[in-house]
Design a protein around this ligand. Structure first.
Ligand SMILES: *Cc1c(COP(=O)(O)O)cnc(C)c1O
Length: 375
């Protein structure tokens, strides 16, 4: 894998937040799809990608879908979540975790996050459980991992399902077990800026065979798995194409190298910024993070948006972290979530793609320090 500078980006010295690494068999496999005319959702790459993926994460079943959002919707739908149900979800998350709950007809019930790791606050989960609660959506933001053992205990005690939104956490483990395998269902995204990309794409994993069969059936229009054009339940067309799966397989073949470099980059940022008044997302000792996007909180006195603009003027791109879902007009529940609001206001993500050189990382840090007045 070429780990290089920005030379593939002629005419621009901008360091973006993300660039996919497509330097392996991606092109060859896509050309194979075109040459063999298997360009739709049937084909060998779909099967190969799914089995590579399930082996990699250590889960019995992996079902490819067309993006990470429909992966969540399919999971919630197949756990029989619908109108009248409540689903607990952190307010600090990407909006897809929340929209897909609403799409089933259920009500998202927001919980706080922890100040140190920015993830679902277990004590608040317990406070928000009612007789209508049906499931918990745990989101492993930026590659950090939620306290799955505590969530499992709570879910078992109250007979709740757990969906793990692992869109940002492919490669993340807790006690050497891959995320997505603690809950009933795990979902992944392969959008262009995710650790493994297929352009647009997603995956749903489950260990339970009956649930996996249902997921596979419902993603294909509810068609019986052994009787063609027999549709005995509501379904959707959430299928991934063989072309996307071809890219995904080539990406999975190099996932260890991609993760290795991303973790080196994460460690380098932490080292170079250790004396600065910033707070990186905390990673628990028994967790290995995917280091999807290296993210940190700026000191509360700093003006984040002005800082990002001045970094951009010096050719360094960065991203604000997500706004909270309860801050959106359609999800305003009248409650305050001070920790989540604080993180949403002061967090930024730095360039985190595997082709960044050590010099690139040092340049990002220099520009950040100078624009933030850290030196
Ligand atoms: C990217 C992402 C999704 C949605 O994935 P898409 O493939 O873009 O639909 C869902 N949840 C989280 C936390 C994400 O980061």
């Amino acid at each position: 894998m070429p780990i290089s500078n920005n030379s593939q980006n002629p005419g621009s010295s901008l360091i973006p937040v993300y660039r996919p690494d497509l330097s392996g068999n991606e092109k060859a496999y896509v050309i194979d799809c075109l040459d063999t005319e298997w360009i739709s959702s049937i084909g060998i790459y779909t099967e190969k990608f799914e089995s590579y993926f399930s082996n990699y994460v250590g889960c019995g079943h992996a079902i490819s879908v067309s993006n990470g959002t429909v992966a969540l919707h399919l999971a919630l739908h197949c756990l029989d979540i619908g109108p009248g149900d409540e689903v607990i979800v952190p307010t600090f998350t990407y909006i897809a975790s929340v929209n897909t709950i609403r799409q089933t007809g259920a009500t998202p019930v927001f919980v706080e996050c922890n100040l140190d790791d920015w993830l679902i606050d277990i004590a608040d989960v317990e406070r928000k459980i009612t007789s209508r609660t049906k499931a918990i959506v745990a989101v492993h933001l930026y590659g950090a991992v939620c306290d799955m053992l505590a969530l499992r205990r709570i879910a078992d005690a109250h007979r709740l399902s757990i969906v793990e939104d692992c869109a940002e956490a492919l490669g993340s483990t807790l006690d050497d077990q891959h995320v997505g395998t603690f809950g009933d269902v795990g979902t992944f995204s392969f959008f262009g800026n995710k650790t493994v990309t297929t352009g647009e794409g997603g995956m749903v994993i489950a260990n339970d065979k009956a649930l996996a069969d249902r997921l596979r059936k419902v993603k294909g229009q509810g068609q019986s798995l052994d009787r063609r054009y027999w549709h005995d339940e509501l379904g959707f067309n959430y299928r991934m194409t063989n072309i996307c799966a071809a890219i995904g397989l080539a990406q999975m073949e190099r996932i260890d190298a991609i993760l290795f470099r991303k973790r080196q980059i994460g460690a380098l940022y932490r080292q170079l910024l250790q004396d600065c008044p910033v707070h990186f997302q905390h990673i628990q000792d028994n967790v290995v993070s995917s280091d999807w996007l290296v993210s940190l909180l700026l000191p509360s006195k700093s003006d984040r948006d002005t800082l990002m603009k001045s970094m951009r003027n010096r050719n360094i791109d960065s991203r604000p972290v997500f706004y909270c879902a309860h801050q959106m007009p359609m999800y305003d529940c009248g409650l305050a979530y001070p920790v989540s609001e604080h993180i949403a206001k002061s967090g930024i993500s730095l360039p985190s793609y595997p082709a960044l050189s050590d010099d690139d990382v040092a340049k990002v840090v220099d520009v950040l320090k100078s624009c933030a007045g850290f030196q």
